[in-house]
Design a protein around this ligand. Structure first.
Ligand SMILES: *[C@@H]1O[C@H](CO)[C@@H](O)[C@H](O)[C@H]1NC(C)=O
Ligand SMILES: *[C@@H]1O[C@H](CO)[C@@H](O)[C@H](O)[C@H]1NC(C)=O
Ligand SMILES: *[C@@H]1O[C@H](CO)[C@@H](O)[C@H](O)[C@H]1NC(C)=O
Length: 183
């Protein structure tokens, strides 16, 4: 009898633990959702800011995480573009086209290092430089597009969705950094 009783209370103990931890994670998810919504409120691409960050909700504890994740996404899109355009530059036999592709990928490489610098500026709460570097990164991305557009035969549209995401992600990160600056 004693055995059954103690296994019962054991069972209830675990049930309580499970319920507690479920409740905590639901509360955390709600907090993350609120944080995302409030922070994205002033972003130009508000809906995209929210939907992009909602996917990583489980990894979000504070506003710094929002900036982190947004910048990571910007980096992976930029890295894709550099790879894609470098391949084009390596395979074309047209010298003029090749120099345009090299110009484009060089600008994106610069954009990547500017985004990376903005990570450390965020660590130092140096929001002026976050702003400066992200704005420059977006400008570099534009220079790539200009170089690309001079080319017939190869379409910028092959990478335009990624380029647009990069621009919007940098813009979202700027909005998040602005919020952090105001805290
Ligand atoms: C991401 O944010 C955390 C703090 O929330 C920070 O410690 C970490 O260095 C950041 N990651 C990068 C890649 O900057
Ligand atoms: C580009 O960014 C979007 C939005 O964050 C993400 O879903 C997608 O996986 C990224 N693409 C690449 C190639 O990294
Ligand atoms: C393109 O060629 C350069 C120089 O040969 C090389 O370093 C680079 O890895 C190549 N890039 C790709 C994407 O093949």
């Amino acid at each position: 009898m004693g055995c059954i009783n103690s296994s019962h209370s054991f069972f209830f103990f675990f049930l309580t633990l499970i319920t507690l931890s479920l409740t905590t994670s639901v509360a955390q998810a709600d907090e993350a959702s609120d944080l995302i919504k409030n922070t994205c409120e002033h972003a130009i691409y508000k809906e995209f800011c929210i939907s992009d960050l909602q996917q990583s909700k489980g990894k979000i504890a504070n506003i710094r995480d929002l900036a982190n994740i947004t910048l990571q996404h910007a980096l992976s899109n930029a890295t894709y573009i550099v790879d894609y355009v470098s391949k084009l530059a390596n395979t074309t036999k047209d010298f003029n086209a090749q120099s345009c592709f090299v110009e484009c990928s060089t600008n994106y490489e610069k954009a990547i290092s500017l985004v990376q610098s903005s990570f450390s500026a965020l660590d130092n709460k140096d929001f002026d430089n976050v702003n400066r570097w992200l704005t420059s990164a977006m400008f570099r991305a534009e220079l790539c597009e200009k170089a690309f557009k001079g080319q017939s035969g190869v379409q910028f549209s092959e990478i335009s969705d990624k380029a647009e995401l990069f621009n919007h992600l940098c813009s979202n990160a700027l909005a998040i950094a602005d919020r952090m600056a105001g805290m």
